[in-house]
Design a protein around this ligand. Structure first.
Ligand code: PHE
Ligand code: FE
Length: 288
């Protein structure tokens, strides 16, 4: 996501953006996008929130090849007033928040190599664009992302970025949402991952718990493997309204003295969708 104490690379604008240079992508790079896209497009119907599929459609993302940000931004602008801009990699928190607060989503422009088909550490254009951009065509989610950017600017002044980052992680990156037909995916880290888009929904290992803002902001997370815990929202409206109508100031203050909650802990107050076996994480631990 974001990082602190980074130096702005030569050739980037003051807001850290760079041209996408769309015409420089090779045929192999476009083919890599198509491979990733087709795999996810075949798997996601019936698993992902319908708003995500609607976004793919509104933005005509099934067009072959790596999307041109200019064209994508034009469609996105018409739908919700958002744009997609290219950056060289991680950007400092304040830069990230400023872009979001102004309805600009920052995306990497490079694409993974064939060796990295299933795993890479730094988010590439497939994660950033396929994972994040479709939901930005949804008016409610679009407002949530902007509010998050504004919330980030405020959290920065209160030394609470690490707490707020957990909200991003457990919603924007790894969120699940309820539907009448069962749980659905919406987090970008899940929907851009072939493995995790099965695991997050079907595997008996992880916990799946009801969204609870304060509890969530006390909960640790892992960045190195599939999540051991997912939080489930009722709707995007609920997510937007709750976060918008809560003053995070007192919350951050209360969190300063509250202890962190371990990833796999289930509290008596949790709404439990799935009590996970944690078999996957345990097997990984003992293999290590
Ligand atoms: N209401 C939050 C605050 O008081 C801002 C926020 C809104 C943060 C939406 C995240 C998402 O800081
Ligand atoms: Fe992401």
């Amino acid at each position: 996501m974001t990082h602190d104490h980074l130096e702005r690379p030569a050739g980037t604008a003051e807001d850290w953006t760079i041209p996408q240079d769309w015409q420089r992508y090779t045929a192999d790079e476009h083919a890599m996008w198509d491979t990733l896209f087709e795999r996810q497009a075949a798997m996601l119907p019936g698993r992902v929130a319908p708003e995500f599929i609607a976004g793919l459609d509104i933005l005509r993302m099934s067009k072959p090849g790596i999307p041109d940000f200019a064209e994508l931004s034009e469609r996105l602008m018409a739908a919700t007033g958002w744009q997609v801009v290219a950056v060289p990699g991680l950007v400092p928190d304040e830069v990230f928040f400023d872009h979001l607060a102004n309805r600009r989503f920052v995306a990497g422009r490079f694409i993974r190599t064939p060796e990295q088909l299933d795993y890479l550490q730094e988010p590439d254009i497939f994660h950033d664009v396929f994972g994040h951009v479709p939901l930005l065509a949804n008016p409610v989610f679009a407002d949530y992302m902007q509010a998050y950017g504004q919330g980030g600017q405020r959290a920065a002044g209160m030394g609470a970025i690490d707490k707020l980052a957990r909200l991003y992680w457990y919603t924007v990156e790894f969120g699940l949402i309820r539907s009448d037909a069962g749980l659905r995916l919406y987090g970008a880290g899940i929907v851009s991952s072939y493995g995790e888009s099965r695991f997050a929904l079907d595997d008996p290992s992880p916990n799946r718990l009801g969204f609870d803002l304060k509890r969530l902001m006390r909960t640790k997370y892992r960045i190195d493997d599939y999540q051991q815990n997912y939080f489930v929202i009722d709707s995007f409206e609920q997510l937007l309204e709750q976060t918008l109508n809560t003053d995070f100031g007192p919350l951050y203050e209360a969190l300063q003295t509250a202890s962190d909650i371990e990833i796999e802990t289930i509290l008596p107050t949790d709404k439990v969708y799935t009590r996970g076996t944690q078999a996957y994480a345990r097997a990984k631990e003992s293999a290590a």
